[in-house]
Write a protein that binds this ligand. Structure first.
Ligand code: ME8
Length: 511
């Protein structure tokens, strides 16, 4: 059946420095969903990239004696390299310094101005430079920026404003009437009660205090506010144009899912819908504000000295082990935690024991007893039904959890298959069947295990693509499609498996 299109984005990362494992978690999360949707048969378009303008970047480049462009070129390619190290399958890596984006942002600004949604005024307020946000006194927390906790300074500037207040009621209704639009619910309530209901003020939409940004087309003293620049990446790069949008845009917009961290939900669920309404465009179908990954239960920050980087972890443990860890440890709404010790515990218990051992034991037994040939018989026993039911039901459970963005639960549904297989080995003790010479039953038992592993590997592929591929390779099977797991019994009798090879080698604790 034709599934249609699925457009998914991650946030675009700031090119202020190398992304830490928290930022990297997000791209892996988006990748798992994108891969799952492709497996299901959707025509997926998955976009990520870098957010490269702003005062903070201008200052950082200056500190390093580089031009802003030299600096962002380096950082953007480092971010892309890390996304590639994590084996993420994005379709396009976009940059806000791309000409096509810059040109369109200027057109968007002009269109909003002509419509009367943007006007020139003066702003006085308390400004946080790192966050590039103005705050009012009452929004500060202990006199500091409510987002990052740093000092704010008094500032006043001529600025263009966007009439956010005009969209107040519409936004309130949007979030109240459409629970799915912003998930999890806790974030939706926060936006409604803390930001929208107390009243929305018009938004500063340009800056004159620095240069590194997209110029306002009809007043080049001003650069466009970074969040208008950044958010519009979701439309400019698929061919939105104020006069004549591309077929690609018409096909993929509205976006199905914007995946972002909880700290930038405000920009996506308040500013972004208002900008889109201003352009008379449809809204994205869903915004999901994922929780954070903490390092040793603390916010990750370079200045805190606790930043962990994905490439270091991958070198030590392998890419799938790190994908598994971040996806499994950061559930739906609660923050996850990462330390080397926890990674090693998870690695040994889940990857080496539950999955690795199962696959290795099963393929080794098939080699020992049947010379690597897939064998089967009619020696069915009641106990087999429970295994087969668990295995066949997993697909529906994974699908449902993916649709609710409960990715940790979805992985757990896949591991339920492997745990059930291990239990089945304990229940059937194949080595006893071999000793007793009960070859018929032994054939059935090993077949059931191999076929369950095949089905598990199909469902595992969006999360741990390399591991899944290696399992298919050892099983020597081409039955890897989503449809192939609707029935039990696709592994062909008579086929020859490849020799077993361990998937994950147990990590021994350093003494
Ligand atoms: O926010 N755990 O960029 P960014 C999980 N340029 N996710 C985390 C995290 C953590 N510890 N720390 C950050 C920006 N993130 C903007 C986005 S989109 C139009 C513009 C998430 O590089 C963060 O919430 O600071 C965001 O979704 C992403 O990483 C990039 O963060």
């Amino acid at each position: 059946m034709e599934k249609g299109k699925y457009y998914i984005t991650s946030a675009i990362a700031y090119t202020s420095g190398k992304p830490h494992i928290g930022n990297t978690y997000e791209i892996v999360l988006a990748d798992a969903i994108a891969r799952f949707k492709r497996l299901e048969g959707y025509d997926v378009y998955f976009q990520t990239g870098t957010d490269e303008h702003g005062e903070k970047i201008e200052l950082k480049a200056k500190e390093l004696g580089k031009t802003p462009k030299e600096f962002v070129d380096e950082v953007s390619s480092e971010i892309k390299r890390i996304w590639d190290v994590m084996n993420t399958s994005y379709d396009r890596f976009v940059r806000t310094t791309d000409e096509i984006h810059e040109r369109e942002v200027q057109k968007i600004f002009k269109k909003m101005y002509e419509k009367g949604d943007i006007y020139l005024g003066e702003y006085k307020g308390l400004y946080c430079t790192p966050c590039e946000s103005f705050w009012t006194e009452s929004q500060l927390v202990d006199g500091k920026c409510p987002d990052c906790g740093r000092e704010v300074k008094e500032a006043s500037e001529e600025t263009y404003f966007f009439r956010l207040s005009k969209y107040q009621e519409r936004l309130e209704k949007l979030l109240e009437d459409n629970p799915k639009f912003l998930q999890p619910d806790s974030r939706r309530n926060e936006m409604l009660n803390n930001f929208i209901k107390p009243g929305l003020q018009d938004l500063c939409i340009s800056r004159t205090s620095f240069d590194w940004g997209i110029k306002v087309p009809f007043n080049d003293k001003h650069v466009v506010y970074v969040w208008l620049d950044a958010l519009t990446n979701y439309i400019t790069n698929i061919g939105y144009d104020v006069d004549n949008s591309s077929d690609e845009f018409k096909k993929y917009w509205p976006c199905d899912l914007h995946l972002i961290g909880k700290d930038i939900v405000r920009f996506h669920s308040i500013y972004w819908p208002a900008f889109l309404w201003s352009l008379d465009l449809e809204l994205p179908k869903q915004i999901f504000g994922h929780p954070w990954l903490l390092s040793n239960n603390d916010k990750i920050g370079k200045s805190r000295g606790n930043a962990i980087y994905a490439d270091d972890l991958v070198e030590k443990y392998g890419v799938d082990a790190i994908r598994y860890y971040v996806l499994h440890e950061t559930p739906f709404a609660n923050d996850g935690n990462i330390t080397y010790e926890l990674i090693e515990e998870r690695y040994n218990s889940d990857l080496a024991n539950i999955l690795g051992n199962l696959v290795n034991r099963t393929i080794s037994m098939n080699k020992k007893y049947f010379d690597n040939i897939v064998s089967d018989s009619d020696a069915i026993e009641d106990i087999d039904n429970d295994l087969i039911n668990t295995v066949l039901k997993a697909k529906e459970k994974v699908e449902k959890n993916i649709d609710e963005i409960r990715i940790a639960d979805a992985i757990d549904n896949v591991f339920e298959i492997f745990r059930r297989c291990n239990k089945y080995i304990d229940e059937t003790t194949p080595w006893t069947l071999a000793k007793e010479g009960n070859t018929n039953r032994l054939k059935k038992v090993i077949y059931n295990l191999l076929e369950s592993i095949r089905i598990g590997a199909v469902l595992l592929s969006p999360f741990l693509p390399d591991t899944s591929k290696e399992i298919f390779n050892q099983l020597n099977t081409k039955e890897t499609s989503y449809d192939s797991i609707d029935e039990f019994g696709k592994l062909k009798v008579g086929d020859k498996l490849n020799d077993p090879k361990p998937l994950f080698i147990r990590i021994e604790k350093e003494k």
